[in-house]
Design a protein around this ligand. Sequence first.
Ligand SMILES: *Cc1c(COP(=O)(O)O)cnc(C)c1O
Length: 341
Amino acid sequence: MKKETSIDWGNLGFGYIKADYNFISYYKDGKWDDGNLREDDKVTISQGSTCLHYGQQCFEGLKAFKHKDGSVGLFRPFENAKRMNNSAKRIMMPEISEDFFVEACKKVVKANGRFVPPYGSGATLYLRPYIIGIGDNIGVSPAKEYIFGIFVMPVGPYFKGGMSPVNFITSDYDRAAPNGTGSVKVGGNYAGSLLPHHEAVEKGYADCIYLDPLTHTKIEEVGAANFFGITKDNKFVTPKSNSILPSITRKSLLYISKEYLGMEVIEREVYIDKLSEFIEAGACGTAAVISPIGAIMHKNNKHVFYSETKVGEVTMKLYNTFIGIQTGDLKAPDGWIVKID
Ligand SMILES: *Cc1c(COP(=O)(O)O)cnc(C)c1O
C-alpha cells in the first residue's frame, strides 16, 4: 500500500480529494451484491437513471477520527445507517442492512488509512455514503437498479483558528413542505436551497434560516444544519417539526447537555419573534459540529444573542465535550464510537 500523503493537515478545507479507494455495491434483481473497493472514482450510469431526472437519490455524511492511541473510530455510524434507510423508504429505494452499511464504512476507512488525519490536527476523515437510482428508465417510477456507494476525503476543521460566531438571515423561501421530504436526506431538498443560500451570502450572512413552511413564524433549520438555543435558565432547546432533518449532531447534543452537563433539554417550537428567551444559540451538523450564532436578522430586526465576536460559555462547553467524545479523549456513551478493527 501507498505510504504517506503530501496533505497539509493544518490547511484542509471542505473540498473533494480523491482518496485511494471507494466502496460500491449494486442492487439488481431484488438484492444488493456484496460490494467491493475500487480505485476508479468515476460512476458510469445510464442516461435514463432516475437519479438524474427525478431526484431518486439520498446521501449521508459522517466522520472518522484518529484517537490518541492511533486507533480510528467512526462516530455513530448506525445512526447514519438508520437515517439513510428512512430516506430510501420515502423515495422508494431499497434499504440496506445496518450492519452492511457500517461494515462498508469500516472497509473504506481502513483501505484509505493514509488519508485519516492525525490525532490533534483538528482535521477528520469525512465519509459520504449515497444511494442512487440507475438503469434504463424514462417514466416517473422507481428504478429497478441502484448503486450504494461510499467515498471519503480528509476535511479541515470548519473554523480555522477556533470557533467564532457567525450571523444568519431568515429566508422567504421554504426548503421543505409541511408533509414533504424535509425530514429525509434526499438530493431534491438541496438544489432548492442553493439560491436562498447564495442570496444570504450576497447580503453578508453565513447562510439563511428557514422558517416553518406553513406559518413562517417558527425556526426550522439554519441552512443545512439544525438550530439550538440556550435559555437564561440554562435549558437546551431545539425545534420540533416534521419537516426538519433529524441531525445526529443535534441528537448527540441533546444527550450531552442532559447527561454530561446536567442541563434540562426541551424539543419544542422556537418562535422567531421570541429569540430574547435565549442567551446563546448555535447551528449544529456533522461538518462544523457547532456554529455559534452571533445574530439573526429577521425583517430588518437584528437580534444579537451572546455576542457577535465571542462564543458563549455553554456553547463552548458543549463543543469541547462533543469533540472530546469524538476524538476518544472523553468516555463516549455505549455504541457511539465504532472502532475500525
Ligand atoms: C445533514 C443535515 C443536517 C445535519 O445532520 P447531522 O447528522 O448532524 O450531520 C441538518 N440539516 C440538514 C438539512 C441536513 O441535510
